[in-house]
Write a protein that binds this ligand. Sequence first.
Ligand code: GDP
Length: 295
Amino acid sequence: MFNNLSERLEGAFKNLKGEARISELNIANTVKDIRRALLDADVNYKIAKEFTDRVKEKATGEKVINAISPGQLMVKIVQDELTELMGGVEAQFDISAKPTIILVAGLQGSGKTTFCGKLANYLKTKKGKSPLLVAGDIYRPAAIDQLQVLGEQIGVEVFSERENKNAVSIAENALKYAKEKAKNVIIIDTAGRLAVDEMMMEEVANIKQAAKPNEILFVVDSMTGQDAVNTAKAFNDRLDFTGVVLTKLDGDTRGGAALTIKYTVQKPIKFVSSGEKLDTLDVFYPGRMAQRILG
Ligand code: GDP
């Protein structure tokens, strides 16, 4: 994951190898290389600059204490800053409401439907919940079939109304059905388009208004880099979502989306998805991710 970024950062720290103390010159060279590594990972210029300015400031003020070498010190500073950039601590995912209603939105192909299946599986097997999946994509019958197949694989019931062309009413009916069947988590999959469009936004906003979800999760393909960040902004402006799900982290992702979505939209990444199998869903921990990036 983020192999290129990891390698580039490692290269940046090499500037400090063998140095007995931290100096203005070796900080400057290292910081320059870190900035290049971030830009290469598709981090936006302003964020990369602010990041390296902070690293520089911290490193300049530091004395190398006892056993810590300048290289180790710099790694520690960068790790702390990466953690902070990605949100610091893990975000809350509150499933205490009875029932908990989770609305899932994102562009078509982002991995939304797959994520709904993974989340239902996670909540069932790890949290002992009794979820209901709701097929809210009224435009693509294949999306309903896909959710049905996922539901069967994990033993979770799927609510759908193939003849109903009103996504808001499907959501409302699903909530009633969930109540009758004592389901305590309702996961609503919604329609996605290939690009952000007004009709889609309006529809999801209407479902939000009707279903009053406890969590609104925005699903985005991490392979799309800065586009992922821009799409997140568009969805957040309209939906004021509660968290982000980054998918396809098993692919050749450069890292920009993971590093900068939190900073850009001020909403935390809550889950990361890294595979097509249903158990490849993880809660997102900024500290662990920073540690992984730095090897
Ligand atoms: P939707 O249109 O947003 O509902 O997207 P889908 O859930 O149908 O996913 C689109 C494609 O991406 C499918 O082929 C999925 O199997 C695949 N996919 C979803 N999540 C992941 C992931 O985390 N990693 C990989 N490699 N593929 C994924």
